[in-house]
Write a protein that binds this ligand. Structure first.
Ligand code: URP
Ligand code: ZN
Ligand code: ZN
Ligand code: ZN
Length: 509
């Protein structure tokens, strides 16, 4: 036979085009793009008729926390590499980049990377990579940054908040200088940790400890200030490329836009929680402990900020829409109750609620649902921010995030035909997200009850169908997902300018 898999009758969407064509797949790669219908009778081991539905490069989610130790007490984040990657493929994501967390007490990055590998190896349903999470900018850690690229790791994340992981400004500068020299992208969680610790103490003293006060402890201004500081520090170290993660605030968005306009290599990410949740509806309004389901950092913001985030996603301020999947169960795994609920604190205490939400499976369907509104997300933009840009930014392109014959892995999402098509199953017309339909190992979704308009019908990873919604669901194998070595990123010629500028030199300041 000529092909291993053919997808016919699809409308292919990439970051730049929407066009009907057939896809011929040989082994793990896309072999051919051909006029629509022309491969319907080709000799192939397997044929998928997309019936006019959209076909896109598989989702690339570069912000996923799996099996990470909790910063808020015992235990770790709810999803393992097995359950988190299973959830990913059921939502159309074929590659994710998780974190290899270096703890404060652990001086070595390489030890942290090895530990992450041993958790992930043979346990993943989708392809995966790692960002190094630098929790301790020790001499040893800094010297190891140079070893990361040869291990296929070309990004790291640092925190300007969280007592357990927060780096001081001088440490941030040391990391930026090392990262720059090694073409490693620095992701920054920008919130002013000292100020929010101070605010938390004040709220605690007044007994304002219910989950909704999480938002009071992290006002938007702290994100704005830290974002501005991060941009300034990166500029100081000879324009080191940075990526500001999970941006939620309007002021921070403006700072980023201004830096980009000046030509500084500043990239930014936002997440579904800042597009689909608001402080008013999801933190302020629910009674009692229910608001804990929406405690993440930064917290969901007000409606005005939300509108600015949507605009920033459309106009390119945000290159990527990632999930920041970082789930913790609502009910304690052991006691069945939240440990932070006690007689003294009947609705819990926000400072002890682990921060983070699940969302690796709902990211693409929710973003897809926004494409039916022209003022929200054009289809090509959807592919750009959920797949292609992530692949470019993190050094996976064009192996991932593209449909290039001979070059791209055959990683695809096939959607159901759109509304109005006679081939579309009627059941999709009232498709509502419920936790029971998801494949993560978490006891809630913050998006319960949300209407969506479509869902990945098939997910294909390196030429194999791994998700078949109308068949047996998860049909991929645990362990089929592979570690992908990443190169330096290519988005907007990210490293070009740095190379031209030469090394950082204090003498030139
Ligand atoms: O609340 C969040 N976002 N938790 C995950 C950890 C992080 O800061 O990305
Ligand atoms: Zn973060
Ligand atoms: Zn995160
Ligand atoms: Zn607690």
């Amino acid at each position: 036979t000529e092909y291993d898999l053919v997808i016919t009758n699809g409308v292919c969407v990439t970051a730049s085009d929407i066009a009907a064509f057939d896809i011929g797949i040989r082994g793990e790669k896309i072999a051919l793009l051909a006029p629509s219908g022309s491969l319907a009778k080709a000799s192939t081991k397997k044929l998928i008729d997309a019936e006019g539905g959209y076909v896109m490069p598989g989702g690339v989610d570069c912000h996923v926390h799996l099996q990470e130790p909790s910063m808020f007490g015992k235990g770790s984040s709810a999803d393992t590499f097995e359950t988190g990657t299973r959830s990913a493929i059921a939502g159309g994501t074929t590659t994710l980049v998780a974190f290899a967390p270096q703890q404060r007490h652990e001086p070595s990055l390489i030890t942290a990377l090895d530990a992450a590998h041993s958790l992930a190896r043979d346990n993943c349903y989708c392809d995966y990579g790692f960002h190094l999470l630098v929790g301790n900018a020790s001499e040893e850690a800094l010297s190891e940054v140079a070893k990361l690229p040869e291990r296929g790791v070309t990004s790291l994340k640092i925190y300007m908040t969280y007592e357990a992981l927060q780096l001081r400004d001088h440490e941030i500068l040391s990391v930026l200088a090392e990262a720059r020299q090694n073409k490693v992208l620095t992701m920054i969680h920008a919130e002013n940790g000292d100020v929010l610790t101070w605010l938390t103490e004040r709220l605690e003293k007044r007994g304002l400890v219910a989950p909704r006060y999480h938002a009071h402890s992290r006002p938007q201004l702290l994100e704005d200030e830290a974002t501005n500081r991060a941009i300034a520090l990166a500029e100081l170290v000879a324009q080191t490329p940075i990526l500001l993660v999970h941006i939620s605030d309007s002021g921070a968005t403006k700072r980023i836009r201004e830096a980009q306009t000046r030509g500084q290599p500043v990239f930014a990410e936002t997440c579904p929680q800042y597009l689909f949740l608001t402080r008013e509806e999801h933190l302020d309004a629910p009674h009692g402990f229910e608001a804990a389901k929406h405690v993440c950092s930064p917290p969901p913001r007000d409606k005005a900020a939300q509108a600015v985030i949507w605009t920033g996603l459309r106009n390119g301020t945000f290159s990527v829409l990632s999930s920041d999947h970082c789930p913790f169960n609502f009910d304690d795994d052991v006691t069945g109750k939240k440990t932070c609920i006690s007689e003294e604190f009947p609705v819990g205490r926000f400072r002890h609620i682990p921060n983070g939400l699940p969302g690796v499976e709902t990211r693409l369907p929710m973003a897809f649902a926004a494409t039916d509104r022209i003022d929200r997300l054009p289809l090509t933009k959807l592919v750009e921010v959920t797949s292609t840009n992530a692949a470019k930014l993190y050094g996976l392109y064009p192996k991932k995030g593209a449909l290039m014959p001979g070059l791209s892995d055959a990683d695809l999402v096939v959607w159901y035909p759109k509304e109005g098509s006679p081939k579309r199953p009627a059941a999709l017309d009232d498709l509502t997200i419920t936790n029971s339909m998801l494949h993560h190992d978490v006891d809630y979704t913050p998006f319960e009850g949300r209407r969506v308009t479509n869902w990945p019908r098939y997910t294909v990873l390196r030429g194999k169908v791994v998700w078949d919604r109308d068949g047996e669901g998860i049909v991929g194998g645990k362990g089929y997902g592979q570690f992908v070595e990443r190169e330096a990123g290519v988005l907007n010629d990210i490293w070009q300018r740095v190379e031209e500028a030469g090394p950082f030199d204090e003498d030139k300041l």
